[in-house]
Design a binder for this molecule. Structure first.
Ligand SMILES: Nc1nc2c(c(=O)[nH]1)N[C@H]1C(S)=C(S)[C@@H](COP(=O)(O)O)O[C@H]1N2
Ligand SMILES: [Mo]
Length: 197
């Protein structure tokens, strides 16, 4: 039964699959609750908290430097997908538009539909993180978080907020949806930080 959905990692890929994970075939969708339907023209990203507040439109996002990303994707429910191809804006390029209060230490991602997930600032500001609007060359489909999601490749995928709508900067850690419901605060797949103790 399992063989229908999972194939064992090929030798070269094996070292990219974290412990306890299997390679998925296809790109599964993992959503808690309903899928919000947001038109790109209606999408906005509000940035607030310990920061000079700004709001970005989809056109504003497209006006920032665009980058292509290839990243592995690890869901805590034990599937991984290697080499997912995205286009979007590096978090570090977005943050050049933002005046952050030096007291900020954490960020809470907010989504259309109410999902939240938290990151320490050093996990958020990494060079490989991005805000995606394109998946494998097509507009990001709604089930995968379109029109816009965040992707944090070095942590389990529940940290990659779909239908991203807000970034709230904080001087303390505030837990997001899954983190309040037993998932690990940080979620590093190579250390199998799946659940809180
Ligand atoms: N807004 C929102 N973002 C979310 C989720 C969700 O339910 N709502 N699920 C998370 C989880 S658990 C995973 S594994 C990934 C799944 O992304 P995918 O559906 O594109 O595979 O999105 C994450 N981001
Ligand atoms: Mo997940």
């Amino acid at each position: 039964m399992l063989g229908k959905f999972f194939k064992p990692p090929a030798p070269k890929q094996q070292d990219r699959v974290p412990p306890g994970q299997h390679l998925a075939t296809g790109f599964p969708v993992l959503t808690y609750g309903a899928t919000p339907e947001i038109a790109a023209n209606d999408w906005e990203l509000k940035i607030w908290g310990l920061v000079e507040p700004i709001t970005l439109s989809f056109a504003d996002l497209l006006g920032l430097p665009q980058t292509e990303f290839t990243a592995d994707f690890h869901c805590v429910t034990t599937w991984s997908k290697l080499d997912v191809q995205w286009t979007g804006v590096k978090v570090t390029d977005l943050m050049r538009q933002v005046t952050l209060d030096p007291k900020a230490t954490h960020v809470l991602q907010h989504c259309y539909g109410g999902y939240t997930t938290n990151l320490a600032l050093e996990d958020f500001l990494r060079e490989e993180n991005f805000i995606a609007h394109t998946l494998f060359g097509d507009p990001l489909p709604a089930p995968h978080g379109g029109p816009v999601r965040l992707v944090v490749p070095h942590l389990y995928a529940w940290k990659s907020a779909k239908w991203l709508n807000g970034l709230e900067f904080l001087d303390h850690e505030e837990l997001g949806f899954w983190e309040r419901n037993g998932y690990h605060r940080r979620g590093e797949p190579w250390a199998e930080e799946r659940y809180s103790d």
